[in-house]
Design a protein around this ligand. Structure first.
Ligand SMILES: Cc1cc2nc3c(=O)[nH]c(=O)nc-3n(C[C@H](O)[C@H](O)[C@H](O)COP(=O)(O)OP(=O)(O)OC[C@H]3O[C@@H](n4cnc5c(N)ncnc54)[C@H](O)[C@@H]3O)c2cc1C
Length: 349
């Protein structure tokens, strides 16, 4: 009698999904990776594409090419719409169904506009290559516009950049824009004076890089200020309209508005109907399995996993990667591990 291989389905070819597949590729399982795009993206360098320092190809690799030699790994480009956990089935947005024996969920997080979904149309997030290219185009078109305007007052909005959110993404993006203002803008645009360029980093809290060790955030703020970035602390955004940001302390007029103020987990996870935290992440067991579903696992930015001090692990590439490695090792055997028999432990290297 021929025994059918186990069907393992991985949703999301990001840091977590790729790491699981890498560990599972030598197992007897039949693996399917489903991703809405056909490439794995190195998100930490997205800001470099947005500001013209790198090309899209420098930070993206086709998922099919990564596993080209692994006969037991199939890649499907498609967006998963819902999970029918009790039926061991997924539905894609094109209506196709995919069956699984074991399911690994690691879909990308999305921008969190904290209930102000209408702001999304005026402020670009930075999550995908498409977002980065859109920001890049806006920055360049803005400069072209400024170059042609003689009236300094009319020119100012096109030379102004507002980055909302003082986390790592906001800090890196603000710094990179301030850098280009000093270098390529000065070199390539004859009518633009670098002193006219205004870069604002807007943060509602009393310091940037919250969650990082104390001296680090102050140091980072001073470095940004040295580059010419105006860091506005304790300044919540009140409203965003087309080309206009309303702050507690006034308004800034510019078409260059970048949203880096927070993330929430993919809404796909809602279809599991299990406990989620306020960011929409699934509260998982110690082995990353979903309570009540020993064959379904959630990891990376989609998982709420507490460390030994009871603090949820942050949404970071290293967490996603280590969770993927742990789970890939756990599932490389042909029997289903008992829930919570094995425990994931994050190493902060
Ligand atoms: C701009 C930026 C800068 C960052 N900088 C850093 C940094 O410096 N250091 C650090 O440690 N971390 C950084 N991070 C965070 C880090 O990138 C994430 O924590 C990490 O990518 C999470 O990995 P993941 O596998 O959970 O998800 P991702 O890497 O986001 O991958 C998820 C995949 O799921 C796919 N997907 C989404 N929805 C669906 C669906 N419904 N169906 C099918 N496929 C789907 C997506 O296309 C994507 O390929 C940064 C993030 C961003 C956005």
């Amino acid at each position: 009698m021929k025994i059918e291989p186990r069907k393992v389905v991985i949703v999301g070819g990001g840091f977590a999904g790729i790491s699981v597949a890498n560990r599972l590729k030598h197992s007897s399982a039949e693996i399917t990776i489903i991703d809405r795009s056909n490439h794995h993206l190195f998100q930490p360098l997205l800001y470099q594409v947005a500001t013209g320092g790198l090309s899209p190809g420098d930070i993206a690799a086709p998922i099919r090419a990564i596993f080209g030699k692994d006969r037991n790994i199939k890649v499907l480009m498609g967006e998963v719409k819902s999970i029918e956990a009790k039926e061991n089935e997924l539905t894609l947005i094109n209506g196709n169904k995919v069956q699984f024996d074991q399911l690994i969920l690691a879909p990308r997080a999305q921008d969190n506009f904290f209930g102000h979904e209408d702001w999304k149309q005026y402020a670009s997030g930075l999550k995908t290559l498409g977002d980065a290219l859109q920001i890049r185009e806006r920055i360049l078109l803005s400069l072209e516009e400024a170059e042609q305007l003689e009236d300094p007052e009319k020119r100012q909005p096109f030379l102004t950049y507002v980055i909302i959110g003082g986390g790592p993404t906001g800090v890196e993006t603000a710094g990179a824009i301030a850098e280009i203002a000093r270098t390529s803008m000065r070199r390539n645009f004859r009518n633009i004076n670098e002193n006219e360029v205004k870069v604002y980093l807007v943060e509602a809290a009393s310091e940037i890089l919250n969650g990082f060790a104390k001296p680090l955030n102050g140091k980072a703020r001073k470095m940004l200020e040295k580059l010419g970035v105006q860091v506005l602390l304790e300044t919540p955004v009140i409203n965003i309209e087309r080309d206009l940001v309303h702050l507690k302390v006034g308004r800034i007029s510019t078409p260059n508005i970048i949203w880096a103020a927070g993330i929430k987990a993919s809404s796909l996870l809602d279809s599991l109907h299990v406990e989620q935290d306020r960011m929409g992440r699934v509260v998982v067991n110690k082995d990353l399995s979903v309570p009540g579903y020993p064959n379904i696992f959630v990891l990376g930015d989609s998982a709420h996993f507490k460390d030994e001090q009871g603090v949820p692990l942050p949404a970071m590439a290293s967490v996603a990667k280590q969770q993927g490695q742990f789970l890939g090792t756990l599932l490389s055997v042909d029997f289903l591990p008992l829930p919570n028999k094995f425990k994931f432990k994050y190493e902060n290297k």
